[in-house]
Design a protein around this ligand. Sequence first.
Ligand code: CA
Length: 250
Amino acid sequence: MIKKILGASLVVGLSVGLSQAALMEDFESYTAGTSIHGLNNWSAINQTATQGTLVSALNSPLGPAGSRSMRFNDADATAGLGNGLTYRQVNGQLVGGIGAFSFDFMATVNAQTPQVLLQLAGTTAVQMTITPNGGGTGVVRYHNGSGFQTIGSGLSLGTWYTFTLTADVNTDTFGLVVSDGTSTVISGSNLGFRNAVTDLNRIAFTSNAAAGQTGADYNFDNVNVVPEPATLGLVGLAGLGLIAMRRFRM
Ligand SMILES: [Ca+2]
């Protein structure tokens, strides 16, 4: 009985959340070769002739059928010229409470340090790097506030992976599962945020470029966010209250 009640509560909460603030971006609505800066809450920084984030005519095989993804390409050696594409939730939370954030990722070169950030305004909560140079192939790390820690390794260039993060702003920790579409290849739990936050409202795909570094080149697709609905706590409490009442009567 307890399981049934909690299960029903989760289903109700999830459906409400999806209608409120979910992000589902498969890049299929854009034109290949173009920037999506300024469209649908996406912003690109420092696009030049040799670096940028442009819609690619390459689709992730791990998601829905299509013919588009986003290509991140940094071949500009100008010192201090960061490259990145961010998504900012203008109104309300992106992943409040315990929410799931997922995306497909495929790197074609092992250069610079591609990274994915979850932030509140400019404060970085989750800082995760993928396929860094000099650290072996396909290493995934995160910054826990003290320094970078390795979560796992062994990702291959040219292979698509689905990254799923569950971020909890109550404990300032996240979990990670990386799948190749068939099986889990890297996973971690209770991974600390770099900085404590009360909410999350921004996703960023960037490269961590030192002066003169170039070469980061990766694609990402199917950027999805399922937020923790505000109603889930209330529904959950109602369910627990019902359980308590039943127990009291027994
Ligand atoms: Ca796509």
